[in-house]
Ligand binder design. Structure first.
Ligand code: AMP
Ligand code: ZN
Length: 481
């Protein structure tokens, strides 16, 4: 089986075929750093993390770009309200965002272009659209995109073209759903913009970029630099970005390049609370730092989100999070149990029997189920079900004394490269870590001198302090048990 993804452009599952395999260019709309991101935002970022990790697991060489929206209506308003310059206002939220990503074990993008640092690319894009007649300067001094000039407008969001309001304009970054009007590419600087330092000179007037323009300019700039292309393999975001944000990104980019902007559009559903979208506006939000402060293991958040398909709404509750935490604990205990397991018996002298046995069978079945689930439009809930079946059946087989647990451990670890839901290791006291390193060195010395009695004594000494060791080809590993 090969990977199939649901493409919002066609509303169908399509086999995934990147432009130039094994490379995959992936652009995900990043956070607007006017405030802390909430875990609703992180549901989208975690769905994108799953996508990224599974692409890599499947052998693709992913170039992942995530922008930071550090200038738009919201950031300017928030900076002005705080009496700060834009940069001064957004800096702590940028830092917090990266800290939250680390906490949630989100794989780092290869490029994090920031809107304020990408203005030249934006100015070039606006100029290109003015030169080709897709954009015009309004009498208010802003530059607008003429959607009537772009026949494909509305394709992604499946808007009826008759609904298009020719010549009607909107300057705000976000406007009423299903209200297609000419949108601002470049907004003439007003006194608040000047006050917070959000205005730049351009041949078509001093101003600042519109939010939609930012993503087109940054993505085209990045894939141009990295891969000399003008088409993304995948563009992703939350469902609320389909219209107008992504629709407008397509219009600007395709009008400028004459090429398809993205081959696959993926959209993740909302995290809700009691049926309502989690949002700063509704005040029903929790941030990643709230969870961290409550001592919630990030693995529980990851498992909770993985257990609902990314295209289904997920209702957040404390009970669901606690239940996910128990799932994580179970997985951790199973992984611990497999730690000391040896590889499969070498088998019979004629080689038969190698890799056979209950646990090897379970591992093989699990890996096949896991891939089949994720190949099917990233069906992580099914992958999680396969994982817990492995735990259940694996525990049963171990109870019955089946040998060869290392095969299961390896399969589990491979799956964790995608789901990453094992419990977070507790921080270790540095003094203890130094002592363990010293003891392991002493044991190595003893082993080299063939003094196995001393080596075993040291192992027992470590064990007495809760440290379990394992000799691997890359050296002796240890962990607290
Ligand atoms: P923003 O910081 O507002 O630009 O949003 C960043 C990302 O979070 C976007 O991809 C949004 O679609 C997504 N998002 C916002 N609210 C939610 C939510 N409640 N559930 C899932 N994703 C969300
Ligand atoms: Zn975007």
């Amino acid at each position: 089986m090969t990977l199939s993804l649901h493409n919002t452009l066609t509303r169908r599952l399509e086999p995934f075929q990147p432009l130039a395999p094994p490379r995959v260019t992936l652009y995900t709309c990043g956070p607007t750093v006017w405030n802390y991101a909430h875990i609703g935002n992180f549901r989208t970022f975690l769905f994108e993390d799953l996508l990224r990790r599974y692409l890599e697991f499947s052998g693709y060489d992913v170039f992942h770009i995530m922008n930071l929206t550090d200038v738009d209506d919201r950031t300017i308003k928030a900076a002005a309200a705080a009496g700060k310059r834009l940069e001064e206002h957004t800096a702590p939220f940028v830092e917090a965002f990266f800290g939250d990503c680390d906490y949630l074990r989100i794989r780092k993008a290869h490029a994090y272009p920031r809107a304020t640092q990408s203005v030249p690319a934006m100015v070039r894009l606006v100029q290109r659209l003015l030169d080709t007649g897709f954009a015009y300067r309004g009498e208010d001094g802003s530059v607008y995109f003429a959607i009537a000039k772009f026949p494909g407008y509305g394709r992604l969001s499946q808007l009826d073209r008759r609904e298009i309001k020719i010549g009607a304009r909107v300057a705000s970054d976000e406007y009423a759903k299903d209200d297609p009007r000419d949108f601002a590419l470049w907004k003439r600087a007003d006194p608040i913009d000047e006050q917070v330092g959000a205005a730049w000179d351009a041949p078509f007037g001093r101003g600042r970029p519109g939010w939609h323009l930012e993503c087109s300019a940054m993505s085209l700039d990045q894939i141009g630099k990295c891969c000399r292309v003008e088409t993304l393999d995948i563009h992703a975001g939350g469902v609320d970005l389909i219209f107008p944000h992504h629709e407008d990104e397509i219009a600007q980019s395709e009008a400028a390049t004459g090429k398809p902007f993205a081959r696959y559009w993926l959209h993740g559903e909302f995290l809700n609370v009691g049926g309502t979208k989690m949002s700063k506006r509704f005040g029903n939000f929790l941030t990643a730092r709230d969870l961290r402060e409550q001592g919630v293991d990030a693995a529980a958040v990851r498992l909770l989100f993985s257990q609902t398909h990314y295209r289904k709404a997920l209702d957040f509750s404390d009970e669901a999070l606690v239940a996910a935490g128990q799932g994580v604990k179970r997985l951790g205990e199973f992984r611990e149990r497999l730690l000391g397991e040896k590889g499969n018996p070498i088998g019979l002298p004629d080689g038969r029997g190698k890799g056979e046995g209950k646990l090897a069978e379970l591992a093989t079945k699990f890996e096949a189920d896991f891939r089949a689930a994720l190949d099917d439009d990233l069906n992580a809930p099914r992958a999680c079900a396969a994982l817990f079946e492995l735990v259940h059946e694996g525990n049963g087989a171990l109870d019955a004394g089946a040998p060869g647990g290392a095969v299961v451990r390896d399969a589990l670890d491979r799956a964790m490269a995608v789901l990453d839901v094992l419990p977070t290791a507790k921080p270790v006291d540095p003094a203890l870590a130094r002592w363990v390193a010293e003891r392991i060195a002493a044991r190595d010395k003893a082993r080299k001198a063939k003094d196995f009695t001393e080596a075993d004594r040291i192992r027992a000494e470590l064990k007495a302090r809760g440290v379990e060791i394992e000799d691997t080809p890359s050296g002796t590993k240890w962990r607290m048990v």
